[in-house]
Design a protein around this ligand. Structure first.
Ligand code: IPE
Ligand code: IPE
Ligand code: MG
Length: 225
């Protein structure tokens, strides 16, 4: 049986959940953060070593200013209030995406959180922040060209944000929407994809475990028979 080494999640549906249950999109994001904490714990329980969470896309800047501000505040809260607990639990934080667009204060917090947790081995928590797969790939090709290195799959892998991280075995998208929304287009080429109808705040450890168990029974061919 195959155990997944890396699970990636598109945490979608906070806004709709918030409108339906709390009459506010932002309260949906707040509830979504609770699910993040639960799923981090479940990931450790299921012995998965890498978890990538899509938290903010390069396209999410098109949202209303107040929603973006709320999301950034939640991120800051998470970094300030939860990093100690993550650290105690052996979690290494790694950011993928272009964080230069974030306020300086948050950039500093992100850097110190990664520095503080860099030796931890229990779980690597990869947060995709201002992440866009197309810009990641373009960026990698530019870097390779500047260094006069040969362009091939190997060199591209080395210049992506995900350098050194195994490709996701499993991709989960909650929120009853069946698309990739510019997430890890290169890295997901052979991932098993699970689309979930539930909105992210309703997703729980049992749903997660069911997906992992289903994954373990899949015969992955990688082109062979
Ligand atoms: C996903 O939930 C979380 C982020 C993009 C930050 P949404 O905010 O996209 O929720 P819906 O899809 O509008 O319900
Ligand atoms: C994808 O969700 C981005 C994140 C979960 C961070 P979106 O809600 O932004 O995706 P679209 O716009 O519906 O494709
Ligand atoms: Mg959405």
């Amino acid at each position: 049986m195959n155990s997944p080494k890396h699970v990636a999640i598109i945490m979608d549906g906070n806004g709709r959940w918030g409108i339906k249950n709390k009459k506010s999109r932002n309260l949906g994001h707040k509830a979504g953060l609770k699910t993040v904490e639960k799923i981090i714990k479940s990931t450790i329980k299921n012995n998965v070593k890498n978890l990538t969470l899509y938290a903010f896309s390069t396209e999410n800047w098109k949202r209303p200013y107040l929603e973006i501000k709320f999301l950034l505040n939640l991120l800051e809260f998470f970094l300030k209030e939860k990093i100690e607990e993550l650290h105690k639990n052996g979690i290494k934080l790694k950011i993928i995406g272009n964080t230069k667009k974030f306020p300086k204060r948050i950039q500093i917090n992100l850097k110190s959180a990664q520095e503080k947790t860099k030796k931890n081995k229990k779980l690597q928590l990869i947060l995709a922040l201002n992440y866009g797969s197309k810009s990641e790939i373009v960026n990698a090709i530019k870097l390779i060209k500047n260094k006069n290195i040969k362009i091939n799959e190997n060199s591209i892998n080395k210049f992506l944000y995900t350098k050194g991280i195994p490709n996701p075995d499993i991709l989960i998208r909650t929120g009853n929407t069946n698309r990739l929304s510019n997430f890890l287009l290169w890295q997901l080429s052979y991932s098993e994809i699970f689309f979930v109808k539930k909105m992210w705040p309703d997703f729980n450890g049992r749903d997660y475990k069911r997906i992992i168990d289903k994954f373990k029974k899949i015969k992955r061919n990688f082109g062979k028979i």
